[in-house]
Design a protein around this ligand. Structure first.
Ligand code: PEP
Ligand code: MG
Length: 562
């Protein structure tokens, strides 16, 4: 049994097909005919773009618009002005075009790989994808044809690129297993969008023989190659059960979050961009409770322009509402290459999120401006400030927003004048001071990912202290409950957007606390909806009261397994 990280849920069974990359020889010889070398480079770019367009056209039947847009991003990367300029400079200095292209793109790849943030880090695989394609054209080595699969298949690769995924005959693919990649890698994003199981980070996966029978469990993060008869029959039973569960949960796609006695618990989805919308919409999200905008800022080598931002925000707003948009949360584990951020000993306790925005006023004001303009037709878009610790930060953020509104008035640019303002409650000081803060904002959203890390002084990225990272711990539940009471005493709405809301047990307890909405990952919506139908509102309140009186998370968990 091989193990890795399950990044897309589900079970699949099939024969292994390995995706191998061509070995491309990069010559050392100098370029002796600059015009011919430049032509070789230009032709390879043109051929790569033709490939990408053909793959994109082929994928139209299987991938939705948002995912097809990844190919637009790749097409742009092929044409990236900076890369093309640097390659041409090297060719004019007599470097051969393969070496020139490899050298330049390796530098860009290394820049992404060096970043701490997993999302940004994984953009290196996009560069690698483009690099292989362009180099293979220059070298005249064709890429593997993945459209010909004749039986149920588990795709095995070092790392899957979006163009690999799109070129595949998806009617035959039952799952993906890769050596590298993470939750936000495109393999993972695509697999989740298509609804196929995926396990990444399986060491030695490329040593598996082509054609071997494999069982993949994207929930448990396991790959069983040449399984025993017992394992095979257990898996077949699990597949049958999974089908039955899917059949049980699918009807909830079109339903809202409702308790057994019809009490509404609005269930929203968390997204990082419009690309995450399909799963949210498919599973019937009633809104977006957290739109993490930082990914837009991390995708390119410079800050997105006002226009780019307006477009990106509008793409989400026109698809679904209400939407709670969180302003930039950079710092901690997320860096922006174009901002000069000093190295910090404790970046999670440092200049992060709103603190950084106060130092980078132009960046912050441009984002606020884009949000106000993009939300002009949508009165139920809301703005949320992250990492608020104290009242003066709320006041300062609101004052900056007022300055931006004044500028828009002067420019006579239409914008959303009645936009609601909220804050994340993810620092214990804010939770403790919730009553005061509630007087100054329209809504709260509890960011349990950070609230847990800061309450228990347990780094959310550090496995060594993961035992302290426990959403069902009664101390945390009491802190959250007191925040709900403070918010409601001031008629301020309150929801939860941390991962805790995706956990069915926690979601039930949070519902019992009286949350006005729960926002979770798109795939979690169905299970939470289904679970809610088993409890009346009184049941949920009683459950929550019991949990709050306990001492340990195990006692709380036991409430659900009588
Ligand atoms: C949180 O802290 O719970 C949260 C939702 O924000 P992030 O995970 O982006 O820090
Ligand atoms: Mg947070």
């Amino acid at each position: 049994m091989m193990t890795g990280r399950g990044v897309s849920q589900g079970l699949g069974m099939g024969k292994v097909v390995k995706i191998t990359r061509p070995e491309i020889h990069i010559p050392d010889e100098a370029c002796t005919d600059e015009a011919a070398c430049l032509k070789q480079f230009d032709d390879a770019l043109a051929a790569s773009k033709d490939d990408l367009k053909a793959i994109q056209a082929k994928a139209k039947g299987t991938l939705d618009k948002e995912h097809l847009a990844i190919f637009d991003a790749h097409l742009q990367m092929v044409d990236d002005i900076e890369i093309v300029k640097q390659v041409k400079e090297k060719i004019s200095e007599s470097m051969n075009p393969l070496k020139a292209y490899k050298t330049v793109t390796d530098t860009f790849k290394a820049m992404f790989e060096a970043m701490d943030d997993p999302y940004f880090k994984e953009r290196a695989s996009d560069i690698a994808d483009i690099q292989t394609r362009v180099l293979s054209h220059m070298a005249g080595t064709p890429l593997q044809d993945l459209a010909l699969l004749d039986t149920d298949t588990i795709i095995v690769a070092d790392d899957l690129t979006p163009s690999d995924t799109a070129a595949l005959d998806l009617s035959k693919v039952q799952g993906f297993a890769t050596e590298i990649g993470g939750y936000t890698s495109h393999t993972a994003i695509m697999a989740r969008a298509i609804g196929l199981p995926a396990v990444v980070g399986i060491s030695g996966v490329m040593d598996i023989e082509d054609g071997a029978l494999a069982l993949i469990d994207g929930t448990a993060g396991k790959l069983d190659v040449n399984p025993s008869d017992d394992a095979l029959s257990a898996f077949q039973k699990a597949l049958k059960d999974a089908k039955a569960l899917k059949a049980k949960l699918d009807p909830f796609q079109s339903l809202k979050g409702l308790t057994k006695d019809g009490h509404s618990i609005p269930l929203y989805a968390n997204i990082g961009s419009a690309k995450d919308l399909p799963v949210a919409l498919k599973n019937g999200a009633e809104g977006i409770g957290l739109f993490r905008t930082e990914f837009l800022f991390m995708e390119s080598s410079e800050a997105p322009s006002l226009e780019t931002q307006i477009q990106a925000y509008s793409d989400v707003f026109k698809a679904i509402h209400p939407v709670i948009v969180r302003t930039l949360d950079i710092g901690g584990d997320k860096a922006l290459p174009y901002l000069k951020q000093p190295t910090e000993d404790n970046p999670f306790l440092g200049v992060r999120a709103i603190r950084l925005c106060f130092n980078e006023l132009e960046l912050f004001k441009t984002q606020l401006k884009a949000l106000l303009i993009a939300s002009a037709p949508y009165p139920d878009v809301r703005i949320m400030f992250p990492m608020i610790a104290r009242l003066d930060e709320v006041q300062k953020a609101k004052a900056i927003l007022d300055e931006v509104k004044a500028e828009l008035n002067t420019e006579q640019t239409p914008y959303q004048t009645v936009i609601k303002i909220g804050i994340m409650i993810e620092i214990p000081a804010a939770a403790l001071n919730a009553r005061t803060l509630a007087k100054h904002v329209d809504f709260f959203s509890i960011g349990t990912n950070d609230l847990i890390q800061y309450t228990y002084a347990a780094d959310r990225m550090n496995d060594g202290v993961s035992y302290l990272y426990e959403p069902l711990d009664p101390t945390l539940l009491r802190l959250i409950q007191s925040t709900v009471e403070a918010a409601h005493a001031e008629n301020t709405e309150i929801g939860v957007c941390g991962e805790m809301a995706s956990d069915v047990k926690a979601a039930l307890l949070l519902s019992g606390m009286g949350m006005d909405e729960l926002s979770m990952s798109g795939p979690a919506l169905l299970e939470v909806k289904e679970a809610l139908t088993h409890y009346t509102m009184d049941d949920l309140i009683a459950l929550k009261d019991k949990a709050l009186a306990f001492d340990t998370a195990d006692q709380v968990r036991a409430l659900f397994n009588p």
